[in-house]
Design a binder for this molecule. Structure first.
Ligand code: GLN
Length: 542
């Protein structure tokens, strides 16, 4: 084992899923970061999939894209937003990836013919990756997905047990997040599920040093005492996490309960005084904003709002920094197709067309863009939103009626959006994509440099000539149409090595389409400039 001195906080969950374990872990990380530590995070996903990027958003919410192009679990997005850190593929792995590596090693004879077993081979591989993720950090927060007792989680829990044994109690701490259900007929918060969950952990050899209890309302003192006693936890280490009006309030709620004192005592971190002044100022602006602006969010599958998580969070960040409530009006693009854009967009201050895949709802999005352009409403188009803004302009201003993307019509005569068969990717390697390439692994993913044009909305938003933003798409804007578009008032204002990254309409108060996904780099304390400026214009030009 390496001799670095990283300390590890493992966060497990009990009773049931969806307890907000990720937010809990991120909130503890935030307090530690604001106390001056270098804090890293790692999300362990016990499911067997090797590539979370190909999982259905129906089951899994958003695919979050890291700087280095990994398609990961949406929890990683929360970690970036809370910790204001850029994470990489080393910050998330699944059981499938572990087994894949171990089996490949076995095939290459790396285990010298030994019998391959969960202990030590699988647990060693997990351990190595945990240590790698923690390497340059003072503290690594490790969240284990799923619930204690899940079969898939067992090798991970065993690894956690081993690490505390090997590294000692001042370098490894276990925090368990559980639920205190409220039973109406008894008018009582029930502690039994928590007791059982802790017993289950103990059976595996893990004793939690802290319990974080999710509850709908304040937890009475006698209940806390009872839990401390029955679960054998210090009283100051029984922390309540009641439902908060904004997730960004959670670190503040923990701070009030002095959550850091038992953590600091356990891990020998000294006397900690997190400076949360700026953070709490922003939270106050989320809760009691002075201004308000209404943004129409045009997308499809709106019942799946989790798949737009980063974007809705980015709007909250922008609002907080502008002391403004950003009211989102969800507009289903398929409804626009059947009625009219005006009917849905009449009373909004800004129009946002988000990214997406597939043909469904596309014509409605195009109508929404036309409405925003003609009625001079601030407009932001993201990824597919930019592509459709170009198609709309080609059709309705340039008169190229058949303008389309080859994503929707492989044989279109006017491929304004097409496939570039060759480009250099973020790692400097040559990528080849053709219509016959397999769908998996053929997207432009991760961070790319983009040069902004002087005097453009894009330059004004960022204030610098070279910016870095993340991508997740297969198709690109076709430069063949560039001259015609620019002669007629749609200019290219962002470029990356010859690829078109941003478009704007000259005769419009604020219109911006971006090929990248600005929402992936937005954080509460440093909102993304294009989204911030979009919200600001929606407010100012009201
Ligand atoms: N479907 C489009 C593409 O693949 C846009 C993707 C997106 O909006 N993320 O290029």
């Amino acid at each position: 084992m390496s001799d670095n001195q990283t300390k590890y906080i493992f966060v497990t969950g009990g009773v049931l899923s969806s307890l907000g374990k990720g937010i809990t872990a991120a909130s503890i990380g935030t307090l530690l970061k604001h106390s001056g530590f270098r804090v890293g995070v790692l999300k362990l996903d016990p499911y067997i999939n090797v590539d979370p990027g190909t999982m259905s958003p129906l089951e899994h919410g958003e695919v979050f894209v890291t700087k280095d192009g990994a398609e990961t679990d949406l929890d990683l997005g929360h970690y970036e937003r809370f910790l204001d850190n850029s994470l990489t593929q080393n910050n998330n792995f699944t059981t499938g990836q572990i087994y894949k590596t171990v089996i490949e090693n076995e095939r290459q004879g790396k285990y010298l013919g030994k019998t391959i077993q969960i202990v030590p081979h699988i647990t060693n591989e997990i351990k190595e990756r945990i240590i790698l993720a923690g390497e340059p950090k003072d503290i690594l927060i490790v969240e284990l997905g799923g619930t204690t007792g899940d079969m898939e989680g067992m090798p991970f829990l065993e690894t956690i047990r081993q690490m505390r044994h090997e590294l000692g109690k001042n370098r490894v701490m276990n925090i368990h997040v559980t639920l205190l259900p409220y039973i109406r007929t008894a008018d009582e918060l029930k502690t039994k599920p928590t007791q059982h969950s802790v017993q289950e952990l103990r059976r595996i050899g893990i004793t939690p040093q802290m319990l974080i209890l999710r509850a709908e309302e304040r937890i009475p003192n006698d209940i806390r005492k009872k839990i401390a006693f029955t679960c054998d936890i210090d009283e100051d280490s029984v922390i309540e996490a009641i439902d908060a009006p904004t997730i960004y309030e959670v670190p503040l709620n923990f701070k009030i309960q002095e959550i850091l004192s038992p953590i600091a005592k356990q891990l020998k971190l000294g006397d900690l005084k997190p400076n949360m002044q700026e953070w709490s100022g922003l939270v106050r602006k989320i809760l009691e904003p002075k201004n308000k602006t209404t943004i129409s969010f045009v997308g499809k599958y709106l019942d799946l709002k989790e798949s737009y998580k980063s974007l809705t969070e980015a709007l909250i960040h922008a609002g907080a920094n502008l002391d403004t409530k950003v009211e989102i009006k969800w507009v289903d693009s398929e409804k626009i197709e059947n009625n009219s854009a005006k009917q849905y967009l009449l009373d909004c201050d800004g129009v946002l067309v988000a990214g997406g895949f597939g043909e469904r709802g596309v014509e409605g999005k195009i109508q929404a863009i036309q409405y925003a352009r003609e009625n001079k409403i601030p407009f932001l188009g993201i990824c597919l939103g930019m592509q459709l803004a170009m198609i709309e302009y080609a059709r309705n201003v340039l008169g190229i009626k058949e303008a389309n993307s080859i994503e929707f019509d492989a044989n279109t005569k006017e491929p304004v959006i097409f496939l570039i068969d060759e480009f250099i990717d973020a790692a400097g390697a040559k990528q080849i994509r053709t219509t016959t390439s397999p769908m998996g692994g053929t997207m432009r993913l991760g961070e790319y440099e983009c040069n902004t044009k002087e005097g453009s909305n894009l330059r004004e938003a960022y204030g610098i000539s070279t910016i870095f933003e993340r991508h997740r798409h297969r198709y690109e804007a076709n430069p063949t149409y560039r001259e015609a578009l620019e002669l007629n008032g749609m200019i290219i204002t962002g470029e990356s090595n010859g690829l078109i990254e941003a478009v704007e309409v000259v005769d419009h108060p604020w219109f911006l389409g971006v090929q990248f996904h600005p929402e992936f780099t937005s954080r509460l304390q440093s909102p993304n400039p294009s989204i911030l400026t979009f919200v600001k214009k929606s407010l100012d030009l009201k």
